[in-house]
Design a protein around this ligand. Structure first.
Ligand code: ATP
Ligand code: MG
Length: 201
């Protein structure tokens, strides 16, 4: 008789600013989860995305969390993570993984990231600890291929490449262009209700 409880949980951690969450994020999360057989993929909302602070205004974390919650509601295995918001302060994946290891003893952790983020992993706080605590899983984004540190044991997963970024979507919304199909209807409702991104399309 197989003992399901003895099987380690496989948990994906897909961190981001999610300002706003879009189809590129969702297609990545669902397909990586499927490809690797993850029990859940946590879209982990950065509290203070310290690498972006000062480069542009960041939407309050509570609004970004509300959008991610709206995006994943009713999607099996995708969940919104508020760990970094609850912890407060700047968000470091190394700390988040330590907290998850405590919350889910024995779980196998997978950190999911686009290749732009993967190429910059050495700018992260305690990147070596991240690579020790989790298997790193990288997906390609459209654009030129990036070079990844060969010393890191990356797993690559093929997902449909969608040329969508939050930066572009914010600009579209601000000048009145539609976001339908680029974000889910539920995310669009949150954008409208909370008056985010200065638009009104
Ligand atoms: P911004 O333009 O504000 O940087 P973004 O679209 O890059 O937003 P982030 O919140 O910065 O979104 O990214 C979170 C994670 O999602 C990163 O690992 C990033 O590489 C990945 N990601 C973002 N957009 C895509 C996409 N279209 N396809 C695959 N991965 C993506
Ligand atoms: Mg980005």
């Amino acid at each position: 008789m197989s003992d399901e409880s003895a099987k380690p949980q496989r948990i994906g951690v897909f961190g981001g600013t999610f300002d706003p969450p879009h189809v590129g994020h969702l297609v990545t999360a669902i397909n990586v989860g499927y490809a690797i057989g993850l029990d859940r993929v946590i879209l982990m909302v950065a509290n203070v995305p310290w690498q972006k602070v000062g480069t542009r205004p960041i939407t309050p974390a509570a609004d970004r969390l509300a959008m991610v919650e709206a995006a994943v509601a009713d999607v099996p295995r995708l969940v919104a993570g508020d760990h970094e918001i609850v912890a407060g302060g700047p968000s470091y994946t190394a700390d988040t993984l330590a907290a998850l290891a405590h919350e889910f003893p024995g779980a196998e952790l997978y950190v999911i990231l686009g290749d732009d983020a993967a190429a910059a992993i050495h700018t992260w706080e305690r990147a070596d600890e991240v690579a020790e605590r989790a298997q790193l899983v990288v997906v390609d984004r459209p654009g030129d291929p990036v070079s990844l540190d060969p010393a890191i044991d990356w797993v690559r997963v093929e997902v449909p490449r969608l040329d969508v970024s939050s930066t572009d979507l914010r600009a579209r919304w601000a000048d009145g262009r539609p976001l339908n199909y680029l974000v889910t209807d539920a995310v669009l409702d949150v954008v409208r209700e909370r008056g985010l991104y200065g638009g009104s399309a």
